[in-house]
Design a protein around this ligand. Structure first.
Ligand SMILES: [Zn+2]
Ligand SMILES: [Zn+2]
Length: 341
């Protein structure tokens, strides 16, 4: 009655429960996972800055959701193979042990009930299934092969053997094998943390921080916008990159073209009149210029010039603040309790 691992892995609640428990444990112990998407994004931005990898930044700017999901996946893999591995393995073993005890008890109770009520094999199968609930199916135990047997004791012994073999297989389950589970911890976390709004600011590509996926008619918004150079904005009829922040721009007397093929100038102060997506964004003018994005533009000026085929000259000249930017990067790398500023 031995059941191969391949056959039981998709069926056992113990695998799903372990994935749920691990995801829950990581949400408690990982600072990146114990808040909302905005909090998670701060941790991703810190990691991007630490790695100083321009390609990863561009991937994030163009497809933030994909990059956030990859970050979750990477952190979960680290968790299951690094210093927390034994903790994760303990959860898996504990759930396997609990499942075995539970199934054993269900077998004992079902057999007892049928015996006292002088029931038949059908009743026994129903009782046993209902005791097992969704934790294990009768198929896992292959007991349909015994449906023509009316000797409960024999049946019970056979099922016991089956449970022992399942227990042995479960004990050999490794964390690597969890990647093949129907429910995976990284997928649970992605589901919990990424099910929110992913619209990006049409000027600077900052991601809306609303925790509701579709929140219309409520406007998209974000506490901190970025330098327009992040998205490769340029001054009209020039190769000059625009380095200003959109929060400054929306208070200025300047105008913009809402698209490459339009000749209609829109005043920044009335940016909503450009229609969607501009019309659906609430951008409040302020002077908050995150050091992070100033550092980013300074750090990757050459790469940004190449990528967008524009130049940081004229209006787009970057202030020479070498010391300030180096000190900021050092602060970013050193700080455990990362404050986004
Ligand atoms: Zn913006
Ligand atoms: Zn939104």
């Amino acid at each position: 009655m031995s059941k191969s691992y391949e056959a039981i892995k998709n069926d056992l609640a113990v695998c799903n429960k372990t994935a749920i428990d691990l995801a829950g444990e990581m949400r408690c112990t990982f600072p990146a996972f114990n808040g909302n998407r905005l909090n998670l994004e701060k941790h991703l931005l810190k990691s991007l800055a630490e790695n100083e990898d321009f390609d990863a930044f561009i991937n994030y700017i163009q497809n933030p959701r994909k990059q956030v999901e990859a970050f979750i996946e990477e952190k979960v893999n680290e968790h299951m193979s690094g210093e927390h591995k034994s903790k994760a393995l303990k959860i898996l073993r504990k759930n396997a042990g609990n499942m075995h005890e539970f199934a054993y008890q269900a077998l004992f109770d079902a057999t007892n009930n049928v015996k006292t009520q002088r029931g038949d094999i059908d009743m026994w199968a129903k009782e046993f299934s209902s005791f097992l609930k969704d934790k294990l199916t009768l198929e896992s135990l292959s007991c349909q092969n015994f449906m023509d047997i009316n000797n409960f004791e024999f049946l019970k012994e056979e099922i016991e053997k089956g449970l022992i073999s399942i227990k042995e297989e479960l004990n050999q389950l490794s964390l690597d094998k969890m990647k093949e589970f129907r429910l995976r911890p990284d997928e649970i976390l992605i589901d919990q943390l990424c099910n929110c709004c992913w619209e990006t600011c049409p000027f600077c590509a900052a991601v809306c921080t609303n925790t509701v996926k579709d929140h219309s008619p409520e406007d998209h918004s974000v506490p901190f916008h970025r330098s327009l150079a992040v998205k490769g904005a340029q001054y009209h009829n020039s190769e000059e990159m625009c380095i200003e922040f959109c929060t400054t721009k929306v208070a200025s007397d300047g105008n913009f073209y809402a698209g490459k093929n339009t000749t209609k100038l829109i005043p920044f102060k009335q940016y909503r009149s450009a229609g969607p997506p501009y019309a659906n964004w609430s951008i409040t003018s302020d002077e908050s210029k995150l050091k992070y994005w100033k550092w980013f533009v300074w750090q990757f000026q050459e790469e940004l010039e190449d990528y967008y085929a524009l130049k940081f000259t004229g209006h787009g000249e970057i202030p020479i603040l070498i010391k300030e930017n180096l000190v900021y990067l050092l602060f970013l790398k050193k700080s455990d309790n990362y404050v986004f500023e």
